[in-house]
Design a protein around this ligand. Structure first.
Ligand SMILES: O=P(O)(O)OC[C@H]1O[C@H](O)[C@H](O)[C@@H](O)[C@@H]1O
Ligand SMILES: [Fe+2]
Length: 204
């Protein structure tokens, strides 16, 4: 009996909501796929989200740096499906504040997400609607569990790209809401040459 990998080895048509079994490559070196395009986030897309607006403007006067990119494979958003991919946050700072993702709550608030760090150093910053917050360290080999109800943001505190693989319930959705305006309670800045978690001056 022969088996051809990466082909549909069955006769029934696919249910449009359930993808056929498939495999996708993400590089362990840079997190990118050889077949799937990434979504890219530049500094202009995060105006006002870093604490130091003057530092943002100064950086924008020199260009528009790529802060992070990630894969969104377009898996149908049902409760039984999983969305997954890699996220790559580049090293750098806006003023003293390390490059980070926008961060979001899940629209279905009580849905968790798991991240597995492939490369780089950083933090997963989390907070729930009650104002409780947490930060977990990313280093290669470390898995971070983000429980339901926690907004989450990846922060690169190192000198290499922070590469993580993530998976979550495909219908969870992204709620940027308050995060886009007042941000998280805490921000991650360089102080005396190392990362420090401090109060966000923009948090009302
Ligand atoms: O959506 P952002 O907060 O900008 O983060 C970008 C992406 O980062 C991670 O990889 C998440 O799992 C994605 O769901 C998210 O969209
Ligand atoms: Fe998420």
């Amino acid at each position: 009996m022969s088996f051809a990998p990466n082909q549909a080895n069955r006769a029934t048509p696919a249910n449009p909501a359930n993808p056929d079994p498939f495999a996708v490559y993400f590089s362990l070196n840079n997190g990118l796929s050889d077949t799937k395009p990434s979504l890219k986030r530049y500094l202009t897309q995060m105006k006002g989200m870093y604490a130091d607006d003057a530092a943002t403007e100064a950086l924008l006067a020199q260009g528009n740096p790529l802060l992070y990119e990630f894969h969104e494979l377009g898996i149908t958003e049902t409760a039984g499906n999983l969305a997954f991919g890699t996220s790559i946050v580049y090293p750098g700072k806006v003023g003293d504040e390390y490059y980070m993702t926008k961060g979001h709550f899940h629209t279905v608030l009580d849905t968790a997400e798991v991240y597995y760090c492939i490369g780089g150093r950083g933090l997963m910053l989390m907070e729930n609607p009650e104002g409780e917050w947490d930060a977990q360290e990313f280093s290669p080999g470390k898995a971070v569990y983000v429980p339901g109800r926690y907004a989450h943001r990846s922060v690169n505190t190192g000198t290499e790209p922070l590469i993580t693989f993530y998976a979550f319930r495909a219908d969870a959705g992204h709620d940027y809401g308050s995060i886009e305006t007042k941000g998280f309670r805490k921000i991650v800045v360089e102080q005396g040459g190392k990362p420090a978690i401090v109060d966000n001056p923009k948090w009302a």
